[in-house]
Design a binder for this molecule. Sequence first.
Ligand SMILES: [Zn+2]
Length: 216
Amino acid sequence: MTFIELKQAVYEATMALYHAGLIRMSAGNVSARDDDGHVAITPGGVLYDRMSVDDIVIVDLEGNVIEGQHRPSSETPMHTTLLKGLPGCGAVVHTHSIYAITFAVLGEALPPLCTEGLAARGTVPVARYAPPGTPQAGEVALEALQATPGLRAVLLRNHGLVVVAPDLETAWQTAYKVEIHAQITYQARQLGTPIPLSDEQIAELFRVYRSVREAR
Ligand SMILES: [Zn+2]
């Protein structure tokens, strides 16, 4: 994949998140890597409604800038830590989506309650607190994700949401579904006590989805 293709893919995923309302102003960031260890990442401090594909920055897995007219996102150390540390992780999405942050400030994990809740591939945990923009933010997110192999989402305490996935399309769609699921959980709690899905029901849902995919 060329740098242009990598930057274009990050740009399109960022715009999808922006139009879905999951990232606003310049909060939140998106990255993807290629097989050679090059990472395309959103720039720091650029308002997303004014961002163009040329504003995306290319860094290496240590965060050194290879190409770009802006500084990379302040959360670059978190992105590179996850892209390096998780096998099969090709893309990282970090959002400041409202309902996800609501649970992040409560320090409450999000167990799956409906089909949207399955996108994270497990209960979305809350990582230990770390200040935004520090290498520790990546370390606590990595620690929380490694605790459940295959897990795709973690809440950053008092901060936001991080999603990891093999590719950008899966990453941004998972971030969207986690936010919808957080909103449903919030609303259900306002009206009563949500009924949890059992482990058997969750396993059955995954079996149904797998067979539908294979039948296509
Ligand atoms: Zn943030």
